[in-house]
Ligand binder design. Structure first.
Ligand SMILES: [Zn+2]
Length: 401
């Protein structure tokens, strides 16, 4: 297997991601485009520039910016007297997903109604605050910014094992190499992602770009963390490969539950959290975890614990392939409950009750925690709150934000 360690040449910060110097004329239009280029400072400003030639003065110019999974931005641009167009996109208020491919093109109209459209240009919105080293094989591209050259090889080995585990649940063949970017601390990762991330986020997947971002704060001392993070995030990439455009329609509990089940080294705290919540009669109904997870850290942690356990139960009772079937049944036209019933021939609450009885030890007819007060349930959540920072994966991950 061909492997290659290479040090990328320094990408000058604040400099060009892509420079397209070709010109293109759309026939029969007499309008042409030259020297299209995009320059950016990651997380700040992306400048789009092009020069237009037209026999008549340009009266209208539009810039189109397209990123997979987002609506295409259509931006009016005012040309200067020489026909040059420039637009500065404020990526701090209108964030671009890190490492996303940005495609863009121009459309202009002159005073005589002549229209012209440029060819399509593109660049990858790399986090150019850092200089990335890389290590690759056919399935993975590992990027890191520290000087420790061993990291790439070590992470690649874990990534391969992670993929094998994730394939047990989603046996999808990915069409492109999965790119893994390793950040040194949570602040660097958080600044790379859109605002609103939890401060404890240490992993993020962008299925649209087959890209995973993780934090490796103490080098390979945190190997156990990587063995949890990587299979989890790789599973998200495979889920997206199966669900294609319906990824956002998948039940949140399925997305996070199956990713958690695939972890090589699951978080042992989740089991304790689940049992405590069950004893306090404070389990969140699975139906409430169809569209999203709670924002509250402790409740989100419980949501992960429940989803992992419930998916484990589905795999045990109905087979791992039932997860793929449910994934394929999920669509914007179907509710979570409908997709579930079509897959399992029983309702979600019915199978949930069976899971509670068999795994969590809760019987709906004779709930052992039934006499606990709501205050006690609240106390359990408060006790669990300090565990929340250990929660690695933001639910936002699955939306590719
Ligand atoms: Zn996740």
């Amino acid at each position: 297997m061909h492997q290659n360690i290479q040090r990328l040449s320094l990408i000058p910060i604040f400099l060009v991601a892509w420079l397209q110097l070709s010109s293109f004329t759309v026939t029969p239009s007499k309008i042409s485009f030259h020297e299209a280029a995009a320059f950016y400072t990651f997380g700040d400003t992306v400048s789009f520039r092009v020069t237009c030639e037209s026999e008549n003065p340009i009266t209208e110019a539009l810039l189109f910016v397209a990123i997979a999974g987002q609506s295409t931005r259509v931006i009016p641009v005012t040309p200067n007297s020489t026909g040059a167009l420039q637009y500065d996109l404020d990526a701090s208020s209108d964030p671009i997903r890190p490492f996303a491919e940005v495609r863009y093109w121009y459309q202009i109209k002159d005073g005589k109604g002549e229209e012209g459209r440029s060819r399509e240009y593109s660049f990858v919105y790399t986090d150019n605050r850092f200089s990335w080293s890389s290590h690759k094989d056919e399935q993975f591209e590992i990027y890191w910014s520290t000087t420790d050259a061993r990291i790439g090889r070590q992470i690649l080995a874990i990534a391969r094992r992670s993929l094998q585990n994730a394939l047990k649940y989603y046996p999808a063949a990915t069409t492109e190499a999965i790119k893994i970017y390793i950040y040194e601390n949570t602040d660097d990762l958080r600044l790379a992602l859109a605002p609103g991330q939890h401060t404890w986020t240490v992993g993020h997947a962008s299925p649209e770009d087959a890209t995973i971002l993780i934090v490796l704060a103490d080098g390979m001392k945190t190997k156990a963390e990587v063995e949890r993070l990587l299979p989890h995030e790789i599973t998200h990439i495979l889920q997206a490969a199966y669900s294609r455009d319906n990824f956002s329609s998948l039940p949140a509990w399925l997305v996070e539950g199956s990713a958690s089940v695939a972890e090589l080294r699951p978080d042992p705290e989740r089991r304790a959290v689940l049992q405590s919540a069950a004893a306090a009669n404070a389990l969140i109904p699975i139906e409430e975890l169809c569209t999203s997870f709670p924002n509250d850290d402790a409740a989100a942690y419980l949501a992960y614990a429940e989803s992992e356990s419930f998916v484990q139960f589905l795999v045990r009772e109905y087979g791992a392939d039932s997860l793929v079937r449910l994934t394929e049944q999920s669509s914007p036209e179907r509710t979570c409950q409908e997709a579930f019933y079509t897959t399992y021939k029983q309702s979600l609450p019915e199978i949930e009750a069976e899971w509670q009885k068999q795994v969590v030890g809760v019987s709906s007819a004779n709930n052992p925690a039934g006499d606990m007060t709501a205050l006690a349930a609240l106390l359990v959540l408060l006790i669990l709150a300090p565990l929340a920072p250990a929660l690695a994966i933001a639910i936002q991950t699955r939306r590719g934000k």
